[in-house]
Design a protein around this ligand. Structure first.
Ligand code: FAD
Ligand code: PHB
Length: 389
């Protein structure tokens, strides 16, 4: 049976697993990334788009920010619409900015960096099992093309997303989970049409929430709040654009360009936190540990911050034989994670149409938005959290 050894076994080659491998490489720590899917599948997944400045700095340290800094779109404000009303929230007063750059592109950059390091992820692994995580020498067993393999290591980083095996390897008696499942999802499309506005538009409307985002000056990424049982076959491109236009203020609706859609998918919305993030020699990071509804654009940013903290802790273990950072990882990361959960759940509740919403509930939503745009203190607090200052 083929067997291999490494210092850190990383499960999952999403943004958290790949960034962790890069950061560990920079600190002289060896790792091997195991991924269930194929390279093409991982690179083709259309997901996040908004990158905080702090995340850019971590990616720069990881040696993967050059193209992002060249091609990413720097944003200095965001728009919130409610019915016909439009408000712009300016980041400039706080010298804040965000970079719009697709997760697909970031994944490509990370994969190329892993290839250049000479240790690319091992794709298409199956039946991954984590063994002896309570002991000193954990082992990962997996199948590849039907053949059994083992990977011996000092630590395991569970970066395998919400449906991965890592979190499920922690005994139920140890793990506590906290969850809110929303009664709607997001129907997202990608299309080669110019964005309706140079900045992102979050629209709260009687018909439901809509978001106009982008990937470039000629490519839009748009979302509609939708039912959880949405049948994509019933959403022709025409229907999507009509519904989007109906949820935007007239001035923006007039700028919706109807073109064939390149990708269409539905994502359910969920808030989720697992704790603790450590069990023996297993550490959870990214979506394996927590999920935020995409409204706040925090998921990928949280994932990168988690692995930055974990990489520093592992580096201290190897370089200085100091384990305080490893011991502190779970509590320190959870504090940051809960703050992002708070913001994401709040923004979701203010912008979406919940089943059974009363006119009073709508009045409260509009008052929240009114407070946000008319109070300098509320705006400053929003910018601080949304941009991740
Ligand atoms: P993932 O990206 O889920 O990667 C986990 C990897 O592990 C996957 O490749 C998976 O195949 C692999 N895996 C799973 N099980 C196993 C196994 N048993 N063995 C081996 N490998 C396994 N975030 C933002 O910050 N900004 C945004 O604007 C934003 N927009 C979003 C829009 C949408 C529609 C969605 C769905 C998400 C959005 N997010 C956003 C969230 C962001 O995409 C995720 O938080 C991010 O992908 C998390 O990265 P990760 O590496 O932790 O997990
Ligand atoms: C995206 O561009 O995909 C995007 C932007 C902002 C969000 C979520 C997703 O809040």
């Amino acid at each position: 049976m083929p067997s291999q050894k490494t210092q850190v076994a990383i499960i999952g080659s999403g943004p958290s697993g790949l960034t962790l491998a890069q950061l560990l490489d920079g600190a002289g720590v060896e790792s091997v990334v195991l991924e269930r899917r194929s390279r093409d599948y991982v690179q083709g997944r259309v997901r996040a788009g908004v990158i905080e400045q702090g995340t850019v700095e971590i990616l720069r340290r990881a040696g993967v920010a050059a193209r992002l800094e060249r091609e990413g779109l720097k944003h200095h404000g965001v728009e919130i619409a409610a019915g016909e009303r439009r408000y712009r929230i300016d980041f400039a007063a706080q010298s804040a900015s965000l970079t719009v750059y697709g997760q697909t592109e970031l994944t490509k950059d990370l994969m190329e960096a892993r290839d250049a390091s000479g240790v690319p992820p091992i794709f298409e692994v199956d039946e991954v099992v984590l063994e002896n995580i309570e002991g000193d020498r954990p082992r990962v067993r997996y199948l590849r093309h039907g053949e059994p393999h083992t990977l011996d290591c000092d630590f395991i980083a569970g970066c395998d997303g919400y449906h991965g095996v890592s979190r499920r390897s922690i005994p139920a008696s140890v793990l506590t989970t906290h969850e809110r499942v929303y009664p709607f999802g997001w129907l997202g499309v990608l299309a080669d049409v110019p964005p309706v506005s140079p900045e992102l538009v979050y629209a709260s409307h009687e018909r439901g929430f809509a978001l106009c985002s982008m990937r470039s000056a000629t490519r839009s990424r748009c979302y509609l709040q939708c039912d959880l049982d949405t049948d994509l076959a019933k959403w022709s491109d025409e229907r999507f654009w009509d519904e989007l236009a109906s949820r935007l203020p007239a001035e923006l609706a007039a700028r919706v360009v109807r073109a064939p859609v390149l990708e269409k998918s539905v994502a359910p919305l969920r808030s989720f936190v697992a704790e603790p993030l450590r069990y023996g020699r297993l550490f959870l990071a990214g979506d394996a540990a927590h999920i935020v509804p995409p409204t706040g654009a925090k998921g990928l940013n949280l994932a990168v911050r988690d692995v930055d903290q974990l990489a520093a802790a592992l580096a201290a273990h190897y370089a200085e034989r100091r384990d305080e950072l490893l011991d502190a990882y779970s509590a320190a990361a959870l504090r940051r994670i809960w703050r992002a959960e708070r913001f994401s759940a709040w923004l979701t509740s203010v912008l979406h149409c919940f089943p059974g919403r009363t006119s009073f509930d709508r009045g409260m939503q509009l008052a929240e938005l009114d407070h946000l745009v008319s109070s300098a203190a509320a705006r400053a607090a929003f910018v601080e959290t949304y941009t991740g200052l």
